[in-house]
Ligand binder design. Structure first.
Ligand SMILES: [Zn+2]
Ligand SMILES: [Zn+2]
Length: 250
């Protein structure tokens, strides 16, 4: 008796059908480690890779949050930035980098829900969201908003502030100049690129208020510096910053 062709019998046949169904529903491989994704509650990235996210833990610089520093880092001791403090949730590498890229540039908003759960579970203890009057996401130019369809920082800000009942302002710190994406530029070019990019609308709303700026990634700090200096023109009493990710060297 002839045997049936391999692959059309028993468990491997069923497994093929099953895998085909999963591949149909989700991309076949984890976008980080390239292992077969299998059945997973979060698409695109496997459970093992989610475990790899490196959340920041103290000690960190009291002002800029640079990890591994007690008190102030050298840069803040010599010339402190104009915000009160900057905190970040995790390092910008591997899984988090890919998750943010998929969410931001491939518009995989389904990842945002999982990211937000992780973020809300790891807000640094010395960043108490409920103590701020307003949360302000770093705004993007309306042309970029049209291209991308959403502002990733606003989406994150809504989720973070919403959990604490703090209002989010998206129409006070506005981007009135269209700029090349900062991620394409080196440190010096980023600084030049962002100068004068922001403006303030309805400054009376934030006068005398405590503000928390939220952004997705902290790299050289050029965008944050520019936004902070623009916000001070409206006389708030405090400006702090929270970013989801920060690069290892900034
Ligand atoms: Zn993986
Ligand atoms: Zn510092």
């Amino acid at each position: 008796m002839e045997s049936k062709p391999i692959g059309l019998q028993g468990p491997s046949f069923l497994r093929n059908i099953f895998e085909t169904a999963v591949v149909f529903l989700y991309p076949a491989e984890c976008r980080v480690c390239e292992e077969f994704l299998g059945v997973t509650s979060v698409p695109y990235i496997c459970a093992n890779c989610w475990q790899d996210i490196q959340f920041l833990e103290p000690p960190w610089c009291d002002i800029c949050g640079t990890p591994g520093v007690n008190g102030l880092c050298d840069a803040c001791a010599i010339s402190p930035p104009r915000y009160g403090k900057l905190r970040s949730i995790a390092f910008y590498q591997t899984t988090l980098q890919e998750a943010i890229r998929l969410f931001k540039f491939e518009k995989k908003k389904v990842l945002a829900q999982h990211l937000i759960r992780l973020i809300n579970a790891h807000i640094p203890t010395d960043c108490r969201i409920a103590e701020y009057d307003f949360v302000l996401p770093i705004s993007i130019h309306r042309k970029r908003l049209r291209e991308r369809g959403f502002n990733q920082a606003a989406l994150l800000a809504n989720a973070i502030a919403g959990a604490e009942g703090v209002p989010v302002l998206t129409d006070v710190l506005v981007r009135h100049r269209y700029t090349v994406a900062q991620s394409r530029l080196d440190r010096e070019a980023r600084q030049q690129n962002i100068i004068g990019a922001f403006g303030i609308r309805n400054p009376e709303i934030i006068r005398g208020k405590r503000l928390l700026i939220i952004d997705d990634v902290f790299t050289t700090g050029a965008t944050i510096r520019e936004a902070v200096s623009e916000l001070w023109t409206a006389d708030p009493v405090e400006i702090d910053v929270l970013t989801v990710a920060r690069t290892l060297a900034s």
